[in-house]
Design a protein around this ligand. Structure first.
Ligand SMILES: Cc1ncc(C[n+]2csc(CCOP(=O)(O)OP(=O)(O)O)c2C)c(N)n1
Ligand code: SF4
Length: 285
């Protein structure tokens, strides 16, 4: 089958993001990745969180659900378990996925659901104008932390690696070719794929400019992934050096492969007409 051109995934709306926003890079890489895999808008499901990142719901044409803030992962998991043969991605920001939705991330990491999660990690709650998020670094001054963040930042990639999820990667929003490959590999890998995307929010973070990132970012060229302890060590180099690329892969079987009821058919393909739930209903009376 011929590839669908990346621009075929556009809608009639042009993104409303600020000029130079990293979201443009993630948008471009995601369209490239769908095109390269010969997917069409009716062959993939995108679930969006709320935020500048989640506003991508208006700018991409595939099947999509614009979920509540912090709830993109459980919504994506629901779609995936209903039709585990269909590719499902969740797209959101660090505030939604690592903050309000953190419990859902932990559940997904423990379960190793076969979905791909793309996090626009700009270290801020940006749509609501720049409050600190779980990945804002200690000491940083933001609207909600005028004297600097006191907490240590949350380490989602380390959490994922320590729970042996399928695939853990970090990209950079302005390196579109690398991010395209990271998304393709994540979607192909069986099991949970967490792709954290470092990105500048030029409007609310004057420090982390593209130059700031350029001075720190380097790439792992090998797409095989590192051993867990090596990957954790690389992540500890931040923020002086910021590793990008495939950090870790595991062969842990995905959640749905443990469910006998999904062995032959997807839930969508199964009829519930002949299932008698009368006894269960009675047990609640
Ligand atoms: C349940 C709920 N809590 C809070 C909000 C308000 N809210 C909307 S967007 C947003 C910040 C989004 O930040 P992030 O998830 O990091 O995405 P970004 O805008 O940075 O892409 C917040 C707090 C909401 N819409 N729903
Ligand atoms: S506020 Fe920041 S994240 Fe939101 S569109 Fe503008 S640059 Fe992008």
């Amino acid at each position: 089958m011929a590839k669908t051109a990346p621009k075929s995934f556009n809608t009639k709306l042009f993104p409303t993001w600020c000029p130079g926003c990293g979201n443009f890079g993630v948008w471009a890489a995601l369209k490239n990745a769908l095109s390269e895999q010969e997917l069409t808008p009716d062959k993939v499901m995108l679930v969006y969180d709320i935020g500048c990142s989640g506003n991508m719901a208006d700018f991409l044409s595939p099947y999509g659900i614009h979920a509540l803030h912090g709830r993109a992962i459980p919504t994506a998991v629901g779609v995936h378990l209903a039709h585990h043969k269909f590719p499902v991605l969740a797209v959101g920001g660090d505030g939604g996925i690592y903050g309000e939705g953190a419990e859902h991330l932990i559940k997904a990491v423990r379960a190793n659901f076969d979905i791909t999660v793309l996090v626009h990690n700009n270290g801020l709650y940006s749509l609501t104008t720049g409050q600190s998020s779980p990945t804002t670094e200690k000491g940083k001054k933001t609207k909600t932390t005028p004297l600097g963040v006191i907490d240590l930042s949350f380490e989602p990639l380390k959490t994922a690696i320590m729970h042996q999820v399928g695939y853990v990667a970090r990209g950079y929003a302005l390196d579109i070719p690398q991010l395209t490959n990271l998304i393709i590999e994540g979607m192909k890998h069986p099991g949970f794929a967490l792709i954290d995307v470092l990105e500048p929010c030029l409007t609310f973070d004057e420090e982390k400019t593209p130059l700031w990132f350029k001075e720190r970012i380097y790439q792992l060229r090998d797409m095989k992934g590192l051993k867990a302890d090596e990957a954790l060590e690389k992540l500890d180099e931040g923020p002086k050096k910021l590793v990008t690329g495939v950090l870790y892969r595991s062969r842990r079987p995905a959640y749905h492969t443990h469910l006998p009821q999904l062995k032959e058919k997807t839930l969508l393909d199964q009829s519930i007409d002949k299932i008698d739930i009368g006894d269960i209903v009675k047990s609640f009376r």
